[in-house]
Design a protein around this ligand. Structure first.
Ligand code: AKG
Ligand code: FE2
Length: 136
């Protein structure tokens, strides 16, 4: 079987601040470990999945990890997933608080307006958009 045909949603980080997902019993969500291994999640019914998006990663100066995730479809059951995406207003300035910057934790992201970042991502679809757009 062609492996690609199982791909429900390509690998990505969310462009939100925070995402909350709720799905039916048909699994498929996978997260990429820092070692580069895809880990399938087994999400019990009624459980919410909370995913840190690029905005919280930047705002926390990289303390919070925006995990790369994808959806792989197996079997022939329908999968339903509903997502709540918390996103800043376009004009909102995302700026690392000075309390999170010191010698051990150098500044990782320049301040940026959310709308400009989202526009950059949407027009390039680069998965390293945050690093390229706002990385120090
Ligand atoms: O289908 C899912 O549960 C994940 C959806 C997702 O990652 C997204 O919409 O960004
Ligand atoms: Fe996502």
């Amino acid at each position: 079987m062609n492996k690609e045909s199982n791909q429900g949603l390509v690998p990505h980080t969310d462009k939100s601040s925070l995402t909350i997902l709720c799905q039916n019993e048909v699994q498929g969500l996978e997260v990429l470990s820092k070692q580069g291994k895809w880990i399938p999640l087994n999400i019990p019914r009624g459980v919410f999945v909370v995913i840190v998006g690029d905005v919280l990663k930047a705002w926390s100066n990289g303390r919070l990890h925006a995990v790369t995730h994808r959806v792989m479809m197996r079997g022939d059951k329908d999968r339903y997933s509903i997502g709540f995406f918390a996103v800043p207003k376009e004009e909102m300035e995302i700026e690392v608080p000075h309390e999170l910057v010191d010698e051990q934790h150098p500044l990782l992201y320049h301040p940026f307006k959310y709308g400009q970042y989202f526009y950059y991502y949407a027009s390039t679809l680069r998965e390293d958009a945050l690093q390229v757009f706002a990385g120090v």
